[in-house]
Design a protein around this ligand. Structure first.
Ligand SMILES: Cc1cc2nc3c(=O)[nH]c(=O)nc-3n(C[C@H](O)[C@H](O)[C@H](O)COP(=O)(O)O)c2cc1C
Length: 205
C-alpha cells in the first residue's frame, strides 16, 4: 500500500472541501491508503467564534490534528492552505516550522509533496502561495508534484476558475460566499489521483 496524507488548514471550509476532493481522487487509485489530517489552530476559541470560523469549522473539527512525526508514515503528502497575503497561512507555517528534526534526519527525503490552495480573489496569490510553499518541500528533499495540463479543467476559459499547473485552487470570494466549483473540484481530484499514482510507482517492489 502507498500511504497518502492530506494535511490542511481551513478557516471557513473552502480548503476542507478541496481536501475532500483531493483525497477522493487519491482513493480512486487502487492500493493507496489515504488519510485526512488538520494542522493545529493558533487562534483562541474566542477569536474563532468572533470571526465566524468556529461554526464554519464544525463539519471538519472531528478530523485529527497531525503531529509532525506522523509525516514520516506517508509516502506522499498533499498540503492544503488558504492564502494569507500571497503566502501559506500561519497555522501551516507553524506546523512546518516544527519539522526541523525531520529535516535534520532527512526523514522526508524522496517523499512526494504537493500543494493546493484557496484564495479570496482570482489574482490574490493562487500561484505564489503554492510556489513559495514548494521551497519548504524542496528543503526537505521532497519530490514536488503539481497538476499537468492533461487535466482539461486547467484550460477552461468559459468561467472564472481556480487551479494552475502548480496545484488545485478555489476562489472563495471577498466575503467567502463562493464555494469550490465543479471545475475546481475536478482539478483537485486529478491532483490527488496523480500523487497517488506516483506514490504507487515509487513504492512498487
Ligand atoms: C489575514 C488574511 C489574509 C488574506 N490574504 C489573502 C490574499 O493575499 N489573497 C487572497 O486572495 N485572499 C486572501 N485572504 C482570503 C483567504 O485566502 C480566504 O479567506 C481563504 O482562501 C478561504 O479558505 P478557507 O475557507 O479554507 O479558510 C486572506 C484572508 C485573511 C484572513
Amino acid at each position: 500500500m502507498a500511504k497518502v496524507h492530506v494535511v490542511f488548514y481551513s478557516m471557513y471550509g473552502h480548503v476542507y472541501t478541496m481536501a475532500e476532493a483531493v483525497a477522493a481522487g487519491a482513493r480512486e487509485v487502487e492500493g493507496t491508503d489515504v488519510t485526512l489530517y488538520r494542522v493545529a489552530d493558533l487562534m483562541s476559541d474566542e477569536a474563532l467564534e468572533r470571526s465566524g470560523a468556529q461554526a464554519a469549522q464544525a463539519p471538519f473539527i472531528h478530523i485529527p490534528v497531525i503531529e509532525p512525526d506522523q509525516l514520516t508514515e506517508a509516502d506522499a503528502i498533499i498540503f492544503g492552505t488558504p492564502t494569507r497575503f500571497g503566502n501559506m497561512c500561519a497555522q501551516m507555517r507553524n506546523f512546518l516550522d516544527q519539522t526541523g528534526r525531520l529535516w535534520a534526519t532527512g526523514a522526508l527525503v524522496n517523499k512526494i509533496g504537493s500543494v493546493f490552495i484557496s484564495t479570496a480573489t482570482q489574482h490574490g496569490g493562487q500561484e505564489t502561495t503554492i510556489t513559495s510553499f514548494h521551497s519548504t518541500l524542496l528543503h526537505h528533499g521532497m519530490i514536488v508534484v503539481g497538476v499537468p495540463y492533461s487535466a482539461p479543467g486547467l484550460l477552461n476559459m468559459k468561467e472564472i476558475t481556480g487551479g494552475s499547473p502548480y496545484g488545485a485552487g478555489t476562489l472563495a470570494g471577498g466575503d467567502g460566499s463562493r464555494r469550490p466549483s465543479e471545475n475546481e473540484l475536478t482539478i483537485a481530484r486529478a491532483q490527488g489521483r496523480r500523487v497517488a499514482e506516483l506514490a504507487r510507482k515509487l513504492t512498487a517492489r
